[in-house]
Every structure is written in structure tokens, then in C-alpha cells.
Design a binder for this molecule. Structure first.
Ligand code: 5GP
Length: 189
């Protein structure tokens, strides 16, 4: 998506270890106009899919997910990164975060992810695909069906996308980074 690519080149900042910071428009300060345009693009790309629910993981996925849910008039569920003491009936999985170098629990209440649900997962980044694998596990545990996975930014050099596509999942990424080598942002055309 051209608008996002231009914004990444203008405002994205590259850090050691293949990390791209987009705090200026996605991860800290947010640009709602761009967020809406990105959601419109997801709706277009997943138009052929039967979807009744949007799923994301807190916190950075919530903004794009709610935009998509708003446009499609569908409920948006965000998986929580800490198991709340008041929530029973939880589905739980473990996710390794390479940006934070730790493993954390991701959970969702069974009431909000059920057999028969057709789920579109939306998140900000796809890197190694660990968060996405955790979501696949939650969806599998719930008996729901995964209709597709949409990412604002995919870092192709970490190959999470290769794995997901090899599983037959419909994956859409609005901007694909080929390399951050030498802290230079190279986007896929
Ligand atoms: P994965 O699980 O695919 O390895 O990584 C995806 C998660 O890690 C995303 O939800 C995102 O929060 C975080 N992440 C991965 N790479 C980056 C990055 O380059 N920049 C930022 N800001 N977050 C990232």
C-alpha cells in the first residue's frame, strides 16, 4: 500500500537487530486517517472471505483491528497478554517475543471465541510469526476457523509470512520490508 510505504520511509526509524520503529504514526502516536485507509485496504483484500469476528492482540493491534471491525460492523476481540484474575473460562497459549526477548501468556475468554466463528486476525507487525502462531493455537483450541491474517507491516527477512502462507493461511501485509540491513529500510515493490 503506497501511502503506508511512503510513511515508513519518511517517519520509520531503524534499530539494531532488525527492529523498525513506527512510533510516530502506529505504535505510540497514531495517525487515524492512515489507520482508516489501511483498514479500508484490509476490507478490500479480504472481501472474498466469510468473516464474523476480528481478533487481535493487545496493545498495538487494537487500533487497526477496531477500524476494520468498524468498517465491517463486526465485533473486535483483543487477546490479553496477562491472565486477568476475574476471567475464568480462558483459552491460553504462550508466545515468544523477540523484541522483548521473553515468553508471555496470551489469553482469550471462551465466550468471545467460539466454534463457528470465522476469524480475521489483524496485527501491526509480522516478524518471525510467533504471535501469529499463538493466535492460530487459540483459534484451534476454540474450535473457530481462521479466515485470514492481516498485518500492517511484514518483515520478510524474518520469514513468519513464509510459514503462515505454507500453512495455507490467507495472509495480507500492507507493506513488506525486505531488509533493514545497515539500518537502511528496503521495501518490497
Ligand atoms: P513475531 O511474533 O511475528 O515475531 O513479532 C510480531 C510482534 O512483535 C508484533 O505484534 C509486534 O508487536 C512486535 N514486533 C516485531 N517486530 C517489530 C518491529 O520491527 N517493530 C515493532 N515496533 N514491533 C515489532
Amino acid at each position: 500500500m503506497q501511502q503506508l510505504k511512503e510513511r515508513i520511509l519518511r517517519d520509520g526509524k531503524c534499530f539494531e537487530g532488525g527492529i523498525l520503529k513506527v512510533d510516530n504514526f502506529i505504535n505510540h502516536q497514531m495517525d487515524p486517517i492512515l489507520m482508516k485507509s489501511m483498514a479500508v485496504e484490509f476490507v478490500r483484500r479480504f472481501a472474498s472471505r466469510d468473516i464474523n469476528k476480528i481478533l487481535t492482540i493487545e496493545a498495538s493491534g487494537i487500533a487497526p483491528a477496531i477500524m476494520v471491525g468498524y468498517l465491517l460492523e463486526l465485533p473486535v476481540v483483543f487477546a490479553k497478554k496477562k491472565k486477568p484474575s476475574t476471567m475464568e473460562n480462558m483459552l491460553v497459549t504462550k508466545v515468544f517475543s523477540f523484541t522483548k526477548n521473553n515468553t508471555y501468556d496470551v489469553c482469550v475468554c471462551k465466550d468471545y471465541l467460539q466454534p463457528g466463528d470465522k476469524v480475521l486476525f489483524i496485527d501491526d507487525f509480522l516478524a518471525n510469526g510467533n504471535a501469529a502462531k499463538g493466535v492460530m493455537d487459540l483459534v484451534r483450541q476454540s474450535g473457530a476457523e481462521l479466515a485470514g491474517m492481516g498485518f500492517l507491516i511484514e518483515k520478510a527477512f524474518q520469514h513468519g509470512g513464509d510459514y503462515l502462507r505454507a500453512q495455507g493461511i490467507h495472509v495480507e501485509s500492507l507493506a513488506v520490508i525486505e531488509s533493514l540491513e545497515g539500518c537502511r529500510i528496503t521495501l518490497k515493490e
